[in-house]
Design a protein around this ligand. Structure first.
Ligand code: PMP
Length: 351
């Protein structure tokens, strides 16, 4: 036990709980990783790295990775900010842009890390409720606030809102920073990057962890105006200059340039998602209309926790939360077709 007098001086926070990374062999459908390997260009780049390369610090500006990302999004290199996964980028965004005594707004059901960063940095926040169908109610965001953030598609519902919806929120909040977390957008539709020219209050974040199969390499990025990217860099250089390893810079740049491989595999996951969703609906599951690389499902005759535990006992890991509004649901990552067949077979026997 830490003595009370010491405890008073320590910053404490209730941490984010990441999904389980099991040690034994399981069918892993619980943390939205990609079931396919990264582009062969990544393997080749990794093989060409020499351990002696690691003697020196990496480029603090992450130039080669920034250039590769800027190229595919047709933006300037001064509009890209890379980090150690989008968690790192989002955390720095909270620190940099949410600096007001007004509450930051994000939905009640969303990526649970937002609440943790708000608490860690002592940023006031409020969480407008999603509607009955788990949709964001845009009018809830038409009021004074210290900033806005939500994922599109939202997590864990998978529901994607189109660019008109985002524009309504952006145009009602010209004096607030609006962050659109596009961790899953490649499986869904158009990116808000298209809107950057029209809204100087917009920041878009994306990740290599899902559609680009590189969760283990830890690469994420923000795209915004040069002015806002400069603010992010000022905070980053006041925190940790060398965030990206040499391996991440080289492999990330190689991976992002292989457009064909990326597009083929995204299409494949979308096909598997649609087929799995149809099969589950056929068994009586109720699903949200997910546009991500996961499904969010419940069965009217079975408790969420019961299904979660049943699958876990069959060595199939999915995600379940005990929160009141979503405790009946499972979030199931879209794996390979073979993995989905095993999941479907197991559930069919059970329900
Ligand atoms: N945003 C959302 C909505 C996510 O689900 C995740 C994955 N946990 C992240 C951001 C962070 O992903 P990463 O740090 O791997 O880029």
């Amino acid at each position: 036990m830490i003595r009370e007098e010491l405890q008073k001086k320590i910053r404490t926070v209730e941490p984010y709980v990441p999904g389980e990374q099991p040690k034994e062999k399981v069918i892993k459908l619980n943390t939205n990783e990609n079931p396919y390997p990264p582009s062969p260009a990544v393997r080749k780049t990794l093989a060409a790295l020499d351990a002696d390369d690691f003697r020196l610090y990496p480029d603090p500006a992450a130039g080669e990775l920034v250039e590769a990302i800027a190229e595919i999004y047709h933006v300037g290199t001064d509009q890209v900010f890379p980090g150690v996964g989008s968690d790192d980028v989002l955390s720095l965004c909270f620190l940099t842009f949410f600096n007001s005594d007004r509450p930051v707004l994000f939905p009640d059901i969303t990526y649970s890390f937002y609440k943790v960063w708000a608490q860690l940095y002592r940023i006031p926040y409020e969480c407008p409720a999603l509607d009955e169908g788990f949709r964001i109610v845009k009018e809830d965001y038409y009021r004074e606030n210290g900033g806005i953030i939500f994922p599109n598609p939202n997590a864990p519902t998978g529901i994607y809102e189109d660019l008109d919806f985002l524009e309504d929120i952006l145009s009602h909040n010209r004096d607030s920073i609006v962050i659109i977390d596009e961790a899953y957008v490649d499986f869904a539709g158009r990116s808000a990057v298209e809107l950057l020219g029209r809204y100087d209050n917009l920041i878009v974040t994306q990740t290599f962890s899902k559609s680009r199969s590189m969760a283990g390499m830890r690469i994420g990025y923000a795209i915004s105006s040069p002015e806002l990217i400069r603010c992010l860099n000022n905070v980053k250089y006041s925190f940790n200059s060398y965030t990206m390893s040499r391996a991440a810079l080289a492999c990330g740049a190689a991976g992002v340039r292989d457009r064909g491989y990326f597009e083929d595999h995204v299409r494949k996951i979308i096909r598997t998602r649609k087929r799995t969703e149809e099969e589950l609906r056929g068994m009586g599951f109720i699903t949200t209309s997910s546009s991500a690389n996961f499904l969010f499902v419940r069965h009217p005759q079975h408790e969420g926790r019961e299904l979660f535990e049943k699958l876990r006992s069959e060595k199939i890991c999915v995600r379940h939360w005990d929160d009141d509004r979503i405790c009946q649901y499972l979030r199931i990552t879209v794996g390979t077709d073979e993995e989905m067949d095993l999941l479907i077979g197991t559930l069919r026997r059970y329900v």
